[in-house]
Design a protein around this ligand. Structure first.
Ligand code: ADP
Ligand code: MG
Length: 481
């Protein structure tokens, strides 16, 4: 509950930007325009044609203490806000459905084009016929905002990083964690930009609807009355009020939205004595690849590759760049289909029905950049408590960086986080694609010790360009191609 007042406080104190120098520059410009307005009002000499700023301030001052003013503001705010929020949630939901089921996107396309192209006035008249004047602003604001949020949601979801989606497939990240960890960060910038436009539009459309429908006790009604009584000063005072509320609500809403991306709402890890790290393999797992072929167009990358590895002895693959190491790993991880050949993975002691699980350090880090190292591990290994993750990460990373967003960490720190994620995930086989790139000698040795400790007797496949890594790992060398 403390989220809202804090955000509100910040919105009030920093609007439109936190930079005080900007205000100092803007003040003379504002004063210039106010003076010009006042001079214009004096020159015109008719407060009906053009009310000056002094008259507007006077009108506002006489409106502010009246109950009717606050009642009108509250009613319009409530109705326009209700229309906006309903459109926000349904727009995201329907957008997500359309992203999942492409036939829905095709089906809805004409409706969205219709909503986007119909003139606002026609909308309002139509809404007036459907709902009557009382709920007119709700429906109008809804109809304006829904298509914007729908379109932005689809675009945002489509922009989700494919590499992260592959990572999620390997670590079997599904459901809520996948939504929060992968889709939401991709969607958020699109939603923010959509809401920035949609909030202003919902106010413009909502008030226009109220002026046409004249529902009682609303800002629209007051604007209408100002017109009837030719009270230009009041009209300006109401306009100023609308702009202020619209900008403030935009600011507060965007701040709240932005906050959802800062701290991931991941389910809590188990917080008990049993959530200790346990990654023991059985020592009898083995991997066998027979006559693997893989081509990309005319380029044959893997040609009759045969390979055998047993748990307990790290398998180190060396080969020049472009020799197919990454492609081979991707085949093992099930991310590429071989053109020919077969891969057999065996874990003798596991139940026949239980699937063979793998974890990986990809050639790129493939971390959720907005999350801390701890949250990145929580995402992939939901069974571990935060305390256990912290303890494990501290073995290869400085304590201070464990809760900072990964985006702010050095390349080497990110690499170590990716390595820890692969090792902490309960897998039968760990595949590491050039895991030690970007690590200095001392750190590399420390990390290699941790890899050996944590891989226990699981199947471990590592590609590297350094012969020294092979001896430090005590591994078996396989040369590619
Ligand atoms: P390594 O990891 O040994 O450096 P890779 O397996 O990444 O080698 O790549 C081997 C070759 O396959 C390279 O020439 C690369 O350009 C090509 N390659 C890899 N993936 C693709 C792809 N998806 N489409 C086309 N070519 C690819
Ligand atoms: Mg590679």
């Amino acid at each position: 509950m403390e989220l809202f007042p804090k955000a509100l406080k910040r919105a009030l104190s920093t609007y439109p930007s936190g930079d005080p120098a900007k205000y100092r520059r803007a003040l003379p410009v504002l004063l210039f325009w106010l003076a010009l307005w006042q001079i214009g009002a004096w020159a015109v000499g008719s407060h009906i044609l053009l009310a000056g700023p002094l008259q507007v301030v006077k009108a506002l001052a006489s409106l502010l203490p009246t109950a009717a003013f606050w009642r009108s503001v509250a009613t319009s705010f409530g109705k326009i806000g209700l229309g906006f929020l309903t459109a926000f949630f349904t727009g995201i939901f329907v957008g997500w459905l359309a992203f999942r089921f492409s036939f829905l996107q095709v089906l809805l396309a004409p409706a969205i084009t219709f909503m986007n192209s119909v003139p606002l006035a026609s909308f309002i008249i139509l809404a007036l016929i459907w709902t009557g004047s009382e709920d007119l602003a709700v429906l109008t604001s809804y109809l304006v905002v829904f298509p914007m949020l729908y379109v932005q949601t689809i675009a945002g979801l489509k922009s989700t990083d494919r590499k992260l989606l592959e990572m999620a497939a390997v670590f079997q990240i599904r459901g809520w964690p996948k939504l929060i960890g992968l889709y939401w960060p991709a969607l958020l910038p699109y939603l923010m930009s959509g809401c920035r436009t949609a909030l202003g539009m919902s106010w413009k459309a909502g008030i226009a609807a109220e002026v046409i429908g004249v529902p009682s006790h609303t800002i629209g009604e007051q604007l209408y009355l100002s017109k009837v009584y030719l009270s230009t000063a009041e009209l300006f005072a109401w306009t100023f009020t609308i702009i202020l509320i619209s900008l403030l609500s935009e600011r507060v809403f965007l701040l709240l939205l932005e906050r959802t991306g800062r701290r991931p709402l991941l389910p809590k890890g188990r917080h008990d004595r049993h959530s200790r790290v346990s990654v023991q393999g059985n020592g009898h797992s083995w991997l066998s690849a027979q006559d693997l072929d893989k081509s990309f167009g005319d380029l044959q990358v893997l040609r009759k590759v045969c390979f055998h590895a047993s748990a307990g002895v790290p398998c180190c693959i060396m080969g020049p760049s472009g020799s197919g190491k990454t492609t081979f790993f991707r085949v093992l991880l099930g991310l590429e289909q071989p053109d020919a050949g077969s891969v057999a993975l065996t874990v003798p002691s596991s139940a026949p029905s239980s699937p063979f699980s793998v974890s990986a350090v990809f050639q790129e880090d493939r971390l959720c950049e907005g999350f801390s190292p701890i949250d990145n591990i929580r995402l992939a290994v939901p069974g571990l408590s935060t305390a256990s993750i912290r303890r494990e990460l501290a073995k290869i990373l400085p304590e201070g960086c464990l809760t900072r967003p990964v985006a702010t960490l050095s390349g080497g720190m990110k690499r170590r986080t990716a390595i820890a994620r692969a090792l902490l995930a309960p897998s039968d086989m760990i595949v590491m694609d050039e895991p030690f790139t970007g690590l200095d000698d001392e750190t590399r040795q420390e990390v290699i010790r941790y890899v050996l400790e944590m891989s226990a007797d699981r199947l471990l496949l590592i590609s590297t360009h350094q012969r020294e890594d092979v001896s430090l790992l005590g591994g078996e060398l396989v040369c590619f191609p």
